[in-house]
Design a protein around this ligand. Sequence first.
Ligand SMILES: Nc1ncnc2c1ncn2[C@@H]1O[C@H](COP(=O)(O)OP(=O)(O)O)[C@@H](O)[C@H]1O
Ligand SMILES: [Mg+2]
Length: 218
Amino acid sequence: MPARGVFVTGTDTGVGKSVVAAVIAAEAAAAGLDVAVFKPAVSGLEQEGEPDHELLARASGTSQSADEIAPYRYGPPLSPHLAAAISGEAIDPGLLAAAAADAADAADAIVCEGVGGLMVPLTPDYLVRNLATELGHPLVVAARPGLGTINHTLLTIEAAWAAELEVAAVVLTPWPPEPGALERSNRETIAALAGIEVRTLPKLDLAAPDTWPALDLL
Ligand SMILES: Nc1ncnc2c1ncn2[C@@H]1O[C@H](COP(=O)(O)OP(=O)(O)O)[C@@H](O)[C@H]1O
Ligand SMILES: [Mg+2]
């Protein structure tokens, strides 16, 4: 495994994990690193929009294939364990850990994106948190800036700590151009209660990686 890696998780699905992972990957690639990306399972391919593995590939400039980036890919927008059950092919945790290790070995650094949150099952008895533990990279937690995020973010951090995972930072995204008292208080409260750095990411033009800011989290 390379010395450098990060595992981007989130408080929920649709909270900005892919955006945060893409920003970290693009930044490392712009710094001259050969960056691998990894996403254990992608679901919802039948929905509109750029699939996660394609955004990660575009951001990192990796030459990995879709199978190398995301070994399991499903059409319906479902939890991976259910999408796998419906597809008739079970997810193999050993294959995931090996695929991520192979991708990391072939690169200078790796940016992994989880699926949903830490407690999402990849199989009936293997959670995203189990994979994060096997990979051993520090976590970055993507979270919403608004009402409800203190609870969701602290629950995620507690779940990480319960498995002795390191949480490097929280990223609140998309951070409003003029944050109000709520957003500013959320940021300060999470930082104070968790003792973890809380970053912010403004709304980005996802088509223009050249304009993305640096997060310095890899
Ligand atoms: N900083 C941001 N700039 C632009 N769009 C964002 C930002 N943060 C989140 N989004 C949008 O929010 C939605 C969910 O983000 P995504 O990264 O796909 O979430 P997740 O990977 O957690 O499911 C997407 O439409 C994404 O474009
Ligand atoms: Mg995603």
